[in-house]
Design a protein around this ligand. Structure first.
Ligand code: DKA
Length: 135
């Protein structure tokens, strides 16, 4: 199994996202927006061969560009500045975010033809978000 590029996925179901955001220290206003947003996510590659992960929603349009296994500074959807590193495990991207403001968090994105499954963990809290292909 490998990653799936150039395919748009839209959020379909989400479990425990509010608890996850609370553990990150996200305030009520942003959590309310986060809980109602249905982002559309797509993985592409740019001209330099970097991977690009785009997320578009009413809350924010964001895009991160990265090489696998290389640290980079990421500004998250809720405007945290974190140090990120992303590695590949078959059809999964394993994304670790480090910050001095909260515990390390890991986001695993599993790309399948019929869904994109995200598992987000922090401090023993697990959030599962299922995205479905658009069209
Ligand atoms: C997603 O892409 C969720 C990404 C997690 C962002 C953390 C906090 C967001 C606060 C609105 O589906």
């Amino acid at each position: 199994m490998s990653l799936i590029f150039n395919k748009k996925y839209k959020l379909d179901t989400s479990e425990n996202f509010d608890e996850y955001m609370k553990a990150l220290g996200v305030g009520l206003v942003k959590r309310t927006l986060g809980n109602t947003a249905t982002p559309i996510v797509e993985l592409t590659k740019n001209n330099e061969g970097k991977l690009v992960l785009t997320s578009n929603s009413i809350m924010k349009n964001s895009s991160i560009e990265f090489n696998l296994n290389e640290e980079f500074i990421e500004e998250t959807i809720d405007n945290r500045k974190v140090t990120s590193i992303i590695s590949q495990d078959g059809n999964k991207l394993v994304h670790v975010q480090k910050s001095d403001k909260h515990s390390d968090t890991t986001i695993v994105r599993e790309f399948k033809p019929d869904e994109l499954k995200m598992i987000l963990t922090i401090d023993g809290i697990t959030c599962t978000r299922i995205y479905k292909p658009v069209d």
